[in-house]
Design a binder for this molecule. Structure first.
Ligand code: CP
Length: 292
């Protein structure tokens, strides 16, 4: 039984085996399987989600598991119950694994020490979002065939981005050249990633746009959406400069016409909805790994 808390500490070989298993599940034509019959999995979201929460649920149901969905807003968390007591409560009822999304950083590692069932990180604060990065790697590799030597520029609010962190950790293990293009007040210097201009970013094989995470900003940090778009947005004009082989990615949800122009979300070079589709086989592989 194996938890997945992040990609920083995960071996390249383990990541490779998850990607390969996801490819196997993708070939199964959306069939419902029986591999996790009788297993109970709790999706515990202490922070809102659409893609991660529902793709975990689809993945779990395709594996034949019984799924319990927990939303903090409709639980005793509202009465002041702690995250630990909530997870311990579900564990005491006999769940076999937990998928968990949290706002505070550092809590997940503490929980994993105290809770016996495997836990899967569905996004913890601005620390890591491992399944998002796994589906991003999967999407890139399906398009380019290989990750080694790819130039991937992550554009925008890297300071608040768990997606950026998990992608940096994983892409480096596979020999990709990761760059950031971020505003001065949204940087993550501790990751030691080269900063490039927007013009340079457009020469990349992968232009990965990030959502401006308004909910994590101190007030006043983002002066105006128009100004942000003008400096760091992937506009239609800028997208015309990317290579014909290149792809546009974004973990979503998207702030249309802020970090990416609305017309580009379903552009032929965009892989945004492909990323979402790939979330299901990746999460099937991760859940199966946790319970096998
Ligand atoms: N990409 C992502 O994590 O989306 P959600 O917040 O909707 O799960």
């Amino acid at each position: 039984q194996r938890s997945l808390l992040g990609l920083k500490e995960l071996d390249k070989e383990e990541i490779e085996s998850i990607l390969q298993r996801a490819a196997f599940w993708e070939q199964q034509d959306n069939k419902v399987n029986e591999v996790l019959n009788g297993k109970f999995i709790a999706n515990m979201f202490f922070e809102n989600s659409t893609r991660t929460r529902f793709s975990f649920e689809v993945a779990e149901k395709r594996l034949g598991a019984e799924v319990l969905n927990f939303a903090a807003a409709a639980s005793s968390v509202e009465k002041g119950e702690s995250i630990y007591d909530t997870v311990k409560t579900l564990e005491s009822m006999g769940i076999d694994a937990g998928v968990i999304r949290l706002k505070p950083i550092g809590v997940l590692a503490e929980l994993a020490d105290k809770i016996k069932v495997p836990l899967i990180n569905a996004g913890d604060g601005n620390n890591e979002h491992p399944t998002q990065a796994l589906l991003d790697l999967y999407t890139m590799r399906n398009h380019f065939g290989n990750l080694r030597g790819l130039t991937v520029t992550i554009v925008g609010d890297v300071m608040h981005s768990r997606v950026a962190r998990s992608n940096v950790y994983a892409l480096r293990k596979f020999g990709a050249n990761v760059q950031f293009c971020s505003p001065d007040n949204m940087r993550a210097p501790e990751l030691d990633v080269r900063e490039v201009s927007m013009d340079e970013a457009l020469k990349s094989d992968v232009v990965m746009m990030l959502r401006v995470q308004l909910e994590r900003h101190e007030s006043g940090k983002l002066k105006s959406a128009e100004q942000y778009r003008a400096q760091y947005g992937l506009t239609v004009e800028r997208a015309a400069k990317i290579g014909s082989h290149a792809i546009i990615m974004h973990p979503a949800p998207v702030n249309r016409n802020v970090e990416i122009d609305s017309e580009l979300v379903e552009h032929p070079q965009s892989r945004i909805f492909t990323q979402m589709a790939n979330g299901v086989p990746i999460r099937m592989a991760v859940i199966e790994r946790a319970l096998s």
